[in-house]
Design a protein around this ligand. Structure first.
Ligand code: DCP
Ligand code: MG
Length: 524
């Protein structure tokens, strides 16, 4: 579609706070106009945000007022009348409630460990203390940073960064693989401490949780005491640091714990305190606003929480349900409850491997599937879950990823997972592969579904017969005693190392076979 405006054209926009501003078009690319304001500032906007004449804006403003009215009729809580916002309502509701009962409606603690994986490693090996420590991949490998110590963060290294980029920024850093099993054990110890102070806990990650302390603490003074005790116990018993936030809502508590990281405590007792703290910050401060949502909002001239407050109808229009939620959050409104984690709420249990070098030998991939299937079975056993579907995930050398699924009768047997994954593997394009993963989904504890029949019990005993034979064959071809070392293989990062060993061995064997063949022909 041709661009309506050309470089040099004067246009008008409605900026945050419903001000009309004049700007000049600089260029048009990818559906966005880059415009510059008289004060030298600039932004990128879509065509529907630009107006040729000031009069057009009046018409648009009228249209919006109508939308506003319609919206506030449909949702009374979403009144866009600035004189009396929901913040006021929410604040006064909390105040009234506190005055009436002397007790806030909710007191939530959010606890988050500092540089979790890195701190655990430094604790267990004091020579790593105070050093820039990067956990994830090694610089010579493919992969990303899982986390890094605060010393490494000074160089710009952060979670999810490509490991090569991290190495460029911090070549003198110490690079290590993580040990997930160990972090899981520490996480369980943390739960023991946290749960002693909460009536309900919701785990968000291994190192992070919301604790509902409404009934156990009753007042914010007491919640603050709890936070101090949790911090002290974490330090004394586990030799680790955490940051804690205490607040009237989950989202405010999360913001609070980030506020004084590392080793901090911060409190946001009311919606008013929350709004005052974040009002002039970038929209990304709000929970669920990631880089994509932020870019969308920025492109409409909405940069801060204040801009959201002043453009609620626009945000709701732009982002639908999430937008409506954000307009509430921007006014401090969040009454969501701490929901204890149940293992079956997990969407899937899976295990995948990125090869250090791409693979195109599909019979080797089938051996890898054997180990991945056993790993998934073990994880499912640990959480007491069964899956009603098997998934195969593949990323090809060109980074294109595909997933294929098959429905099964509720199971977690490695045999069944392997069998189905094999069928799926046979049907995908046989091209060079970078990553392969296997998982089960649609999880439940079998007890929910059906009683185990006698036949089921018998078949459980028969399970993994195919794999048994496959492992015997693999023992021979790789010269590794898989069957007697399963526990070792599936702890820490050994599975990854084992598969890499197999890949190298397989490559050299098929290379030898090829050259061997040549020699034979030469001889003959
Ligand atoms: N993690 C990961 N990959 C990511 C992000 C995190 O593997 N992209 C892991 C490593 C972290 C742990 O999860 O140690 C917890 O994640 P956090 O975001 O809480 O980060 P940290 O605890 O490491 O640091 P912070 O002090 O910022 O909380
Ligand atoms: Mg953390």
């Amino acid at each position: 579609m041709a661009a309506k405006y050309r470089p040099g054209d004067t246009v008008y926009i409605i900026s945050a706070g419903n001000r009309i501003e004049e700007a000049v078009v600089l260029k048009y690319a990818g559906g966005f106009y880059t415009i510059r304001f008289a004060d030298g500032g600039g932004t990128k906007l879509r065509e529907n945000r630009l107006f040729l004449k000031r009069e057009d804006i009046d018409k648009e403003t009228e249209k919006r007022r109508n939308i506003n009215n319609a919206l506030s009729l449909r949702r009374p809580s979403m009144a866009f009348d600035k004189e009396k916002t929901d913040t006021d309502t929410a604040v006064s509701a909390v105040k009234q409630e506190t005055e009436r009962t002397g007790k806030p409606e909710q007191i939530i603690i959010h606890v988050d460990m500092d540089a979790f994986y890195a701190s655990v490693e430094a604790r267990d090996n004091p020579s790593l203390k105070g050093k820039p420590l990067i956990i994830g991949s090694l610089p010579s490998e493919r992969g990303v940073v899982a986390t890094c110590s605060y010393e490494a963060r000074k160089y710009g290294v952060h979670s999810a960064m490509n490991i090569k980029e991290a190495y460029r920024l911090c070549p003198h850093g110490i690079y290590m693989h993580g040990n997930h099993e160990k972090y899981k054990r520490v996480s369980e110890q943390l739960h023991q401490i946290w749960n002693a102070y909460a009536s309900k806990s919701e785990y968000l990650a291994l190192d992070e949780a919301y604790l509902d302390v409404t009934d156990t603490a009753v007042t914010f003074e007491k919640a603050c005491e709890f936070a101090k005790i949790i911090k002290k116990r974490t330090k004394d018993e586990l030799h680790l640091n955490c940051s804690i936030g205490g607040a009237y809502s989950k989202t405010a508590a999360k913001t609070a714990s980030e506020e004084k990281k590392p080793d901090g405590y911060y409190e946001i007792p009311t919606p008013e305190d929350y709004v005052n703290l974040i009002i002039d910050r970038d929209v990304r401060v709000l929970y669920t606003v990631g880089s994509k949502t932020a870019a969308k909002l920025h492109s409409e001239g909405i940069h801060t929480v204040r801009d959201i407050q002043n453009n609620q109808e626009k945000v709701a229009e732009l982002l639908g349900k999430q937008g409506w939620w954000l307009t509430r959050l921007a006014r401090g409104i969040d009454d969501s409850k701490v929901t204890p984690y149940k293992p079956e709420d997990a969407k899937s249990i899976s295990r995948e491997i990125t090869f250090q070098e791409n693979v195109n030998d599909f019979s080797f991939l089938k051996d890898v599937l054997v180990l991945l299937a056993i790993s998934v079975e073990r994880r499912a056993q640990r959480s007491g879950l069964f899956g009603k579907g098997v998934t195969l995930k593949i990323t090809y050398a060109d980074m294109k990823s595909i997933t294929r699924s098959k429905t099964i009768e509720s199971s977690r047997s490695a045999d069944k997972i392997y069998e189905q994954a094999l069928l799926l593997l046979d049907r995908v394009p046989h091209k060079t592969i970078r990553l392969i993963g296997v998982g089960i989904h649609s999880l439940s504890s079998r007890e929910d579904d059906k009683q185990l029949s006698f036949a089921d019990l018998l078949s459980e005993q028969d399970e993994n017969k195919i794999l048994d034979a496959r492992l015997d064959a693999m023992n021979k071809s790789y010269g590794l005693d898989f069957k007697n070392n399963l526990d070792k293989i599936f702890s820490g990062e050994t599975l990854y190392k084992t598969i890499e060993y197999m890949r190298k061995k397989n490559k050299s064997v098929s290379y030898k076979t090829k050259t061997g063949g040549l020699h034979e022909r030469n001889k003959g």
